[in-house]
Design a protein around this ligand. Structure first.
Ligand SMILES: C[S@@+](CC[C@H](N)C(=O)[O-])C[C@H]1O[C@@H](n2cnc3c(N)ncnc32)[C@H](O)[C@@H]1O
Length: 279
């Protein structure tokens, strides 16, 4: 089923949470000269126009990235993310929003390698077109789980996999857990970032339990809530990080209070971050 289109949701609070952490992870990879690989199972588009019909219909970015745009008290650890948002907006106003493949590509150095999978034909065409002049970026019209699995361990051997499905069907939580276990079996030193929605139904818990109980070490969780957990809509955004870079937990802790203060409704719970499995 491919009915999900990220254009309706680009720049919302979940993107802010996910892309802030993504930018911090890439910043950490860039701290060493050694090149890295970035692999993404579900790429979406490269660039979203927030003035188009999809973004305007939901207006979700207004309660997400729009709250950061122009803010003067942004914490230091939010800057790597905001720099990428600014880089796609030449004007003083916020119009464009970079998807995860763009954030990774803009932060990459010449020796780094990027691979993005996207299965939706129209979204694939857009992302392929966007990167057509970037030799270090490969875009594939291919199932993200199968495509990424066939490319690990990658060369260069240090790097990151972003797993960002839409969870349109509830079996996807199981599929992600199975994929991640197999992936780390082939590439034990790879970092993995898995995004998941927080919904009343709580289906993510089965996925988290399955990953946590399988013997994988260094599993960190960050959850950010925008509404009360009794809401009928998505009330929060989760990121599960396996093998995160050193001190990423401290950086995440330093940005969450600001995001909570500026994005969350008053009935939302405070952000939570913890090691589910230590080293
Ligand atoms: C949540 S969006 C990705 C957003 C993007 N990662 C970002 O953060 O900017 C999920 C994308 O996955 C695509 N998709 C769905 N099933 C897929 C599959 N099995 N393999 C690859 N892409 C898939 C959808 O078409 C959609 O564009």
């Amino acid at each position: 089923m491919l009915s999900y289109q990220h254009g309706f949701h680009a720049g919302n609070f979940a993107d802010v949470h996910k892309h802030t952490i993504l930018a911090l992870m890439i910043e950490a990879l860039n701290a060493k000269e050694k090149p890295w690989s970035y692999l993404e199972t579900h790429g979406g588009c490269a660039l979203y126009d927030l003035s188009d019909e999809q973004a305007q219909k939901t207006g979700e970015f207004l309660e997400g990235v729009n709250r950061l745009w122009g803010a003067e008290d942004i914490p230091e650890a939010l800057q790597p993310y905001m720099e990428q948002v600014k880089a796609v907006n030449a004007e003083a106003s916020l119009r464009f929003y970079p998807g995860s493949p763009s954030i990774a590509a803009m932060m990459a150095r010449a020796s780094d390698r990027l691979v993005v999978m996207e299965l939706h034909p129209a979204e694939y065409q857009k992302v392929k077109q966007h990167f057509k002049r970037q030799p270090q970026m490969a875009v594939h019209h291919r199932d993200g789980y199968e495509g990424v699995m066939s490319m690990v361990p990658p060369k260069p051997n240090r790097g990151l996999v972003l797993v960002d499905p839409s969870y349109e069907v509830k079996t996807e939580y199981k599929q992600v857990a199975k994929f991640v276990k197999q992936l780390l079996g082939r590439w034990p030193n790879g970092s993995v970032a898995i995004w998941y929605p927080l919904l009343k139904a709580g289906h993510q818990q089965e996925m988290l339990d399955s990953i946590v109980s399988c013997g994988i070490r260094k599993v960190y969780q960050s959850e950010f809530f925008i509404k009360g957990s009794d809401s009928e809509r998505m009330y929060g955004s989760g990121m599960l990080l396996i093998n995160p870079p050193w001190q990423l937990d401290k950086k995440i802790d330093s940005v969450m209070p600001w995001l909570y203060q500026n994005l969350a409704a008053k009935e939302a719970g405070e952000p939570q971050s913890q090691w589910l499995v230590p080293e």
